[in-house]
Design a protein around this ligand. Structure first.
Ligand SMILES: Nc1nc2c(c(=O)[nH]1)N[C@H]1C(S)=C(S)[C@@H](COP(=O)(O)O)O[C@H]1N2
Ligand SMILES: [Mo]
Length: 350
């Protein structure tokens, strides 16, 4: 089963279904087509009936509620363009440093950008009245995931302040289409600027808590060390989508294309070096950001001389935060959050 994906979509695993578009394809459209948008699943893809799908809001709220999609549709509709990036994006480069057992070898294509339609999570939460000790908002999906001898729905949580951000959405539409089953239809969360894992698919329960979710995917996975920080906001990242790794090109000028994003301050500048980081050329942005959460596609033309060459990209956000130079110091047990300078080796002919 390919869940409506394009022939060019590359499956990483069939069960659970995981895959990504060709890296070059990502730089070709500001909005990633649905049939190319990457997929990250930890369990099955439940086929849910939108007519009967229910959402319950419970925990530290004055008025717990059960809503259906019809109730949600009565709230103010909102659309936000946002990139979704898996914490495992670019894990293959960390794998080249040292093995990372049990994790998928994602390339730099575990990311895509879409316009998400739905309602504000804020509107639903305010309707339920969070109590004074509310500090986190947890989400649980209707898929079945097995870990440590237990079977449960994938889940995670975000701080209450992020849940009340008007851009954090309960999503029913993607690029103008009803949300497909593989992307969490009929209802998912989209938490712009955070790692993809918090954007829980097949959403059935929202629980307002004093502490982060106890779900395995909040407590055990998606932290930097077994007891280290839980992942949240995406750091600045930029990737060269074209030319591809180890490709051959004539000497002279070469166009370089890529994406950049950040979960904090917006991306302000992308630079490319063709001389090992001695000199850098600023890239031009190809798109006007529809929102601060959208990715920026960029291009730059560099001079390349015959021989082996490395192209390097790095981005800066508006606060001057940038990407670390080397992958080595970023290596971690689970292979998360690699945002080192992105390096692509190419061969330039005489
Ligand atoms: N219920 C559920 N939600 C989930 C997941 C999952 O396995 N189950 N995977 C998460 C992860 S790790 C990512 S990166 C994003 C991927 O969203 P996509 O498949 O729509 O690209 O969904 C998140 N939401
Ligand atoms: Mo992910």
């Amino acid at each position: 089963m390919n869940f409506g994906k394009d022939a060019a979509f590359a499956a990483v695993t069939e069960v659970p279904f995981n895959g990504h578009p060709p890296l070059e394809a990502l730089a070709q459209a500001h909005l990633t087509p649905i049939d190319l948008f990457f997929v990250r699943n930890h369990g099955d893809v439940p086929l849910l009936n939108p007519a009967t799908h229910g959402l319950s809001i419970e925990g530290l709220v004055e008025h717990p509620r059960s809503l259906n999609l019809h109730d949600l549709a009565a709230l103010e509709p909102v659309e936000i363009t946002a990139a979704l990036q898996c914490a495992g994006n670019r894990r293959d480069e960390l794998l080249a440093v040292a093995p990372i057992p049990g994790e998928l070898p994602w390339t730099a294509a575990a990311i895509s950008n879409a316009v998400w339609g739905g309602v504000r999570l804020r509107d639903v939460l305010m309707h339920c009245g969070p109590l004074a000790d509310a500090a986190h908002v947890a989400f649980t999906g209707l898929d079945s995931v097995s870990r440590e001898g237990q079977t449960f729905g994938f889940g995670g949580s975000i701080p209450l302040a992020k849940a009340l951000d008007p851009d954090t959405l309960l999503v029913t539409h993607m690029n103008g289409e009803p949300l497909s089953p593989v992307h969490g239809g009929p209802l998912r969360v989209v938490v712009p600027g955070y790692l993809g894992a918090r954007s829980v698919k097949w959403l059935s329960t929202i629980t307002v808590l004093a502490e982060p979710s106890t779900n395995y995917f909040q407590q055990k996975a998606y932290r930097m060390l077994p007891d280290g920080a839980m992942l949240g906001e995406n750091a600045p990242n930029s990737v060269i989508c074209w030319p591809s790794k180890d490709s051959q090109h004539p000497a002279g000028t070469l166009s370089v294309l890529g994406y950049a994003l950040s979960g904090g301050d917006p991306i302000e500048r992308v630079e490319v070096s063709a001389d090992d980081g001695r000199t850098w050329q600023p890239a031009q942005f190809l798109d006007e950001p529809a929102s601060r959460w959208a990715w920026r596609l960029w291009s730059v033309t560099v001079e390349v001389r015959p021989g082996e060459q490395q192209l390097i990209a790095r981005a800066f956000d508006a606060a001057g935060r940038t990407q670390p130079r080397d992958t080595g110091p970023l290596w971690n047990l689970k292979g998360y959050a690699n945002n080192a300078w992105h390096r692509v080796h190419v061969k330039i002919q005489d």
